[in-house]
Design a protein around this ligand. Structure first.
Ligand SMILES: C[C@H](N)C(=O)N[C@@H](Cc1c[nH]cn1)C(=O)O
Ligand SMILES: [Zn+2]
Ligand SMILES: [Zn+2]
Length: 480
């Protein structure tokens, strides 16, 4: 690679600080900041306080913990406060470019009994494989802490940061980024004034060995269907066969949303998907990936598509509908002969260009109501949107992607692939539109990290080289 920067002192310092960096991540993972669990909201707030403390120690200035008020419905506790958004600055030099770094400090739920090999909120170092296990290790505490590590390495070296850094860390990403869009709108010309580019490290490599830079995300519209029946849970021996059961209705309706081949059964959804052009079609051939890698990441042979191109298209550019769970249903071990009185089914649709989010909602509502009406049940059904987030696709041929490609090649000795992502980061498009800047997605972890799953992990090589890549990116971008 030509025009390589002299970054050895920084990279050596990052290697030297590895024990401290693991300790910082251990402290972060130990806080169960699950945004979707109302009872754990104080822990999400505790995680925001941990970050504020760390930012102060590292010398950030203008640190603000922005309160967002109460969480809008549907929510069990109408007084539930949203966790704050943490803002901070490092450097304020008019001669330097300004990079806004976004990440989230909330995590998905995790219970040992789900099948974890180690306690999910204890960062566990498997020394034989050099892997760190724990909820949030890759999504997204590892990368968030990674940015702080980069600052620590610069402080230790007494190196100036090559850019001004603005951080924006939220605690509701896994639950729809509630409140963040409004904050960005308000701060576009205030706190975020003069931001030149936005960098998000909150996704993963496609596979396990080749780094990637990401220029697209699917969106996510998350729905719930509530079916209400009897006044209380009932004995199935006494009431079975003589009353209408909410669970039977819900399962009937949910089973007609998607088929076993992954086809969405809600009419009109596929009609909104942008047609595949020859130019786009050609892009999939050059990406390094295989069905074997997908099987390894899923821990099974359950792939719906065998050809790499089909897998990638269905992950990146076609919508998918997933059934997630049923609140109120009996789910424990053993045999409980109960008829649940009220059940709430949860499902989401990953959206892609050119799906219109509001039109999608209407199609879903109409279809669910129609399917329920066909059951002629005396129960009641309500279908509603819990949260939504836009898809995003950008052009990766800009200064930020070029700098990130250089940094990645410098650290990993290989040119990264340019990929899209099947997951969602609801706020990405808002940053691009409100700040009128480019957004770069610069992932730290691997495709088999098990984000949202049991035994979520981050390889130490990805953590440490990831910190070098984030730091290297700031240098290549700052110089450009
Ligand atoms: C890709 C990112 N790390 C992530 O996991 N995003 C979540 C966002 C979300 C949307 N609805 C609920 N959570 C995801 O893709 O599921
Ligand atoms: Zn996530
Ligand atoms: Zn995430």
């Amino acid at each position: 690679m030509s025009d390589k920067l002299e970054l050895d002192p920084l990279f050596n310092k990052i290697d030297e600080l590895k024990p401290q960096f693991i300790e910082r991540l251990r402290q972060a993972v130990a806080i169960p900041s699950v945004s979707s669990d109302e009872s754990l909201r104080p822990k999400v707030v505790a995680m925001s306080e941990f970050l504020v403390k760390e930012l102060k120690k590292l010398g950030f200035h203008d640190i603000q913990s922005r309160e967002l008020g109460t969480q809008p419905p549907p929510v069990a506790d109408p007084n539930l406060q949203l966790p704050p958004i943490i803002l901070g600055r490092f450097g304020n030099d008019a001669k330097k470019k300004t990079v806004l770094v976004y990440g989230h400090y909330d995590v998905q739920p995790a219970l040992l009994e789900d099948g974890w090999n180690t306690p999910p909120f204890e960062l566990t170092h498997d020394k034989t494989k050099d892997i760190l296990y724990g909820r949030g290790s890759t999504d997204d505490k590892g990368p968030v802490i990674g940015w702080l590590n980069v600052i620590e390495a610069h402080n230790e070296l007494k190196w100036e940061l090559p850019v001004n850094l603005v951080v924006c860390f939220e605690g509701m990403e896994e639950s729809g980024s509630l409140g963040l869009e409004e904050l960005i709108g308000r701060e576009a010309k205030q706190y975020f004034n003069k931001v030149d580019t936005v960098c998000i490290s909150d996704n993963y490599w496609l596979g396990t060995s080749k780094p990637v830079l990401t220029y697209g995300l699917r969106g996510c519209n998350y729905y719930q269907i509530t079916v209400n029946g009897p006044g209380a849970d009932l004995h199935s021996g006494i009431f079975g066969g003589i009353i209408a059961e909410p669970m039977t209705d819900l399962v009937k309706v949910m089973s007609q949303l998607v088929d076993s081949a992954g086809n969405i059964l809600v009419p009109g959804v596929l009609d909104m998907v942008a047609p595949l052009t020859d130019k786009e079609n050609a892009l999939y051939t050059d990406i390094d990936f295989s069905v074997e890698e997908l099987n390894a990441a899923s821990g099974s042979n359950t792939a719906l598509h065998q050809k790499k191109e089909d897998i990638l298209k269905h992950r990146w550019r076609y919508p998918s509908l997933s059934l997630h769970g049923i609140e109120g249903a009996f789910y424990g071990a053993g045999a409980k002969t109960v008829i649940p009185a009220k059940v709430i089914g949860k499902f989401s649709i990953r959206t892609v260009p050119d799906i219109d989010s509001h039109k999608l909602d209407q199609l879903v509502f109409d279809y669910v109501n129609k399917k329920f009406a066909e059951l002629k049940s005396p129960n009641t059904l309500k279908v509603e949107l819990i949260h939504d987030g836009n898809y995003w696709v950008s052009n990766p041929f800009n200064e930020a992607f070029t700098a990130a490609a250089k940094a990645t090649e410098h650290v990993w000795n290989i040119k990264p692939d340019f990929t899209r992502e099947g997951g969602s980061i609801p706020i990405t498009l808002t940053f691009e539109q409100q700040l009128k800047t480019d957004v770069l997605l610069l992932p730290m972890g691997r495709g088999d990290d098990g984000a949202h799953s049991i035994n979520e992990k981050l390889d130490i090589s990805n953590y440490i080289n990831g910190c070098k890549t984030l730091g290297g990116y700031l240098h290549y971008y700052g110089r450009g």
